[in-house]
Design a protein around this ligand. Structure first.
Ligand code: PLP
Length: 453
């Protein structure tokens, strides 16, 4: 009998995160202070000291604290699946595996970092965390982390999602978070934007600015970020560290790894523990494919330059692919992929030619999601449906070429709160958005001037 699940025992869960920084073939460009625009390893007092240290750590492995491990073990290790039924439906000789992060309490990979961040803040006496959320996935993960460590949690939720997607707001409130629609009356940034445009529906960049201002203006409060930053990618490497053990159980090694990228955290968490084998020259041909929406094609169409992570220009300036920090992407259903920038680590590896990128349209993406649901059973979030599209296309190429490649899918979460998007697809109402070239061109005129770079 061919096995379909590879399950690690709780006691075999990896107890260290993998930090790629010391292994990079070329060092990562520095982060710049938003005020002085000079390189800094001490950004404004946004994060607790332990997190700041991790952001720039030279250590290859970082121990996962016991209390974080204990909470990880409430849902980890997650299962690695072999997609036999999908393979059969595609009639492909390819072997398809997927590592599924949808079994966490919040339904995605995001608690891997939220739990760790809540823990380090608690350790350092912080009472309250402020953050932003788009469709609500990060906000719900942090609300969960704060509930488990007894912290207050304030979430600035992009107004259009707050009004249209109440279920994640209710999850956050159930875990005890205080959620307001952004732009809000609670910050100067929010009040300014509302006075200029009382009907503003908000954006992720605006919500980040509000959360940052909240953290700066309260002594007991720090800021927490759900993606992009080095330390968030670090926390997510538990995914790839587990998968390596499980692929060994399956006696398999990936030729192709695919994942979706919004800010880049879940996919980096899967592929960083593998890319070591490319650095060492052991697996030079392994392909690592980042998938993004055509409507927000940061890697494939963005500029690789210095930009702010937020709209108000309070966050550190990062060297990254960007569509401009004032760019507001079209409302595709994959809310988690609607961000103007990308993790500097991913951009750096892309520039070095070690990873690839592809952009997909949402109708084709949901078609893949429905095929996956009807074969493997899981209803996939709109974000990881992007990688299902590319995985299926690669498996079909294997069929044409008569090649049996091993494809590993980084599956970041379920789509139980995205059924309206499936409804749009199934009823033929879903449409594709063209790449908004003019809006990106305009947004790219607002990049910060960085004299030293
Ligand atoms: C937030 C989210 C993403 C995108 O964020 P990354 O940091 O790129 O991982 C992808 N998938 C799911 C399910 C998400 O919730």
């Amino acid at each position: 009998m061919e096995r379909s699940k590879f399950i690690l025992d709780e006691k075999d869960m990896p107890v260290r995160w993998y930090n790629v920084l010391p292994d990079l073939p070329e060092p990562l460009p520095p982060e710049l202070h938003p005020g002085t625009k000079e390189p800094t390893i001490l950004p404004p007092p946004l994060f607790p000291a332990a997190i700041n240290e991790q952001e720039f750590s030279p250590e290859r492995y970082i121990e996962i604290p016991e209390e974080v491990q204990a909470i990880y073990r409430t849902w980890r290790p997650t299962v690695l699946h072999r997609a036999h039924r999908l393979e059969k439906a595609l009639d492909t000789p390819a072997k398809i595996f997927y590592k599924y992060e949808g079994t966490s309490q919040a339904g995605s990979h995001k608690p891997n970092s939220a739990i760790a961040q809540a823990y380090y803040n608690k350790q350092e006496g912080v009472k309250r965390l402020a953050t932003e959320t788009g469709a609500g996935q990060w906000g719900s993960a942090l609300a969960l982390g704060c509930a488990l460590f007894g912290l207050e949690c304030k979430v600035y939720m992009v107004k259009v999602s707050y009004n249209q997607k109440p279920y994640r707001r209710i999850m956050m409130e159930t875990w005890g978070a205080h959620v307001v629609p952004s732009p809000s009356q609670d910050t100067e940034t929010g009040r300014r934007i509302l006075s200029e445009d009382p009907n503003s529906t908000g954006s992720l960049g605006i919500a980040i600015s509000e959360a940052l201002e909240d953290a700066f203006s309260h002594d007991d409060t720090k800021y927490s970020i759900g993606s992009v930053a080095n330390h968030v990618l670090l926390h997510q490497t538990i995914i790839g560290e587990e998968t390596r053990k499980q692929m060994e159980m399956a006696d398999a090694y990936p030729d192709i790894i695919v994942g979706c990228v919004g800010g880049g955290s879940n996919f980096a968490g899967q592929f960083l523990p593998w890319i070591r084998d490319k650095f060492s020259g052991e697996k030079p041909d392994m392909r690592i494919i980042c998938v993004e929406p055509q409507a927000c094609p940061t890697l494939t169409k963005g500029l690789y330059t210095w930009d702010f992570g937020d709209t108000a220009g309070m966050a550190p300036i990062l060297k990254m692919h960007t569509l401009g920090h004032t760019f507001i992407p079209p409302p595709v259903h994959a809310g988690g992929l609607r961000y103007h920038g990308m993790a500097p680590i991913i951009c750096h590896l892309y520039k070095l030619g070690l990873i690839e990128a592809k952009a997909e349209h949402q109708v084709a993406v949901f078609e893949a999601g429905v095929k996956f649901a009807r074969t493997e059973g899981i209803i996939t979030g709109p974000e990881p449906c992007h990688n299902l599209r590319v995985a299926i296309d690669e498996a079909l190429k294997c069929k044409e070429a008569g090649e049996s490649k091993t494809i590993l899918i980084a599956h970041s979460g379920h789509g139980h709160f995205d059924l309206a998007a499936y409804d749009d697809y199934l009823s033929g109402r879903l449409k594709d958005y063209e790449y908004p070239a003019e809006k990106v061109k305009e947004a790219l005129t607002h990049l910060p001037e960085v004299p030293s770079a």
